[in-house]
Write a protein that binds this ligand. Structure first.
Ligand SMILES: C[S@@+](CC[C@H](N)C(=O)[O-])C[C@H]1O[C@@H](n2cnc3c(N)ncnc32)[C@H](O)[C@@H]1O
Length: 240
């Protein structure tokens, strides 16, 4: 029986793929990958491209997930893409769906899995975890995510930040993901919450790629030039 495997492909550096991920990708009949638009590359596909053996005729299917917050567009996209994925498996192909970082952190896989499990409860599904951007960044910048009794909050920056002030008051470490274009709003929230100026402030952009940028300073040193306008950005702010 054909199966569906979701592979977390880590933050961008192909050397950070797990052995299990590499084996699954090499064994797949069909590799499915998310892209935000027909004209845009799939980041996940770029991470694994060196593993795709053209002589084996592996089929590549790009699934388009538009970058929108419109719930009805999102839901119809999830249904459509999950149907494409499930039908391919039901046709007898071993399908690998690749996604950046880990499949269970802010990933399109979460919605694919939910739909397919509901509509095809007998389908064999395996998930291979991937290295999360947060830990890639911690390793590169040398800042611990949490130590001892510290509490850490992970916040998606592109949504309503009204509750973040209270969270910031009660956390030692704050990690902001999902879209560097919103980080300027985050700085104000942190300052309003009384995060001290001497807090560690570290920002990483396009980690694991040739155009990776990493900066580390204090919250008090941040200015407009420090901030990033890239979607693939991560911000760690930590009390000292
Ligand atoms: C849709 S979430 C996916 C998270 C992913 N599943 C993970 O485990 O890291 C995308 C966000 O993750 C962060 N991210 C993922 N990969 C990154 C990278 N290579 N460099 C910087 N940020 C990254 C960014 O905050 C980006 O906006």
């Amino acid at each position: 029986m054909a199966e569906l495997v979701c592979v977390g492909c880590g933050p961008g550096d192909p050397e950070l793929l797990t052995v299990k991920a590499v084996n699954a990708i090499k064994a797949a009949d069909t590799i499915m990958c998310p892209a935000s638009h027909e004209d845009r590359p799939s980041i996940a596909l770029s991470v694994v491209s060196s593993l795709i053996d053209k002589s084996k005729n592996q089929e590549i299917v790009r699934l388009i997930f538009p970058m929108t917050k419109d719930k009805s567009v999102l839901e119809s996209t999830w249904k459509k893409n999950a149907k494409i994925m499930a039908e391919k498996v039901l046709s007898g192909k071993n399908v690998v769906y690749i996604t950046v970082g880990d499949p269970y952190l802010y990933s399109t896989w979460i919605y694919m899995n939910r739909e397919i499990r509901t509509n095809h409860p007998d389908m064999k599904i395996t998930v291979i975890p991937g290295i999360v951007s947060i830990f890639t960044f911690a390793a590169k910048v040398g800042v611990s995510v949490a130590e001892g009794s510290e509490k850490v909050a992970v916040i998606p920056s592109c949504y309503d930040l009204s509750s973040v002030k209270e969270i910031a008051k009660n956390s030692e470490s704050m990690i902001f993901l999902k879209d560097g274009r919103y980080f300027d709003q985050v700085i104000q929230v942190l300052k309003d919450a009384g995060f001290p100026d001497n807090s560690i402030f570290a920002i990483g952009q396009d980690l694991g790629t040739d155009h990776e940028i990493i900066r580390k300073m204090t919250l008090g040193e941040v200015n407009d030039d420090t901030l990033t306008t890239k979607y693939f950005s991560i911000l760690v702010v930590k009390r000292v």
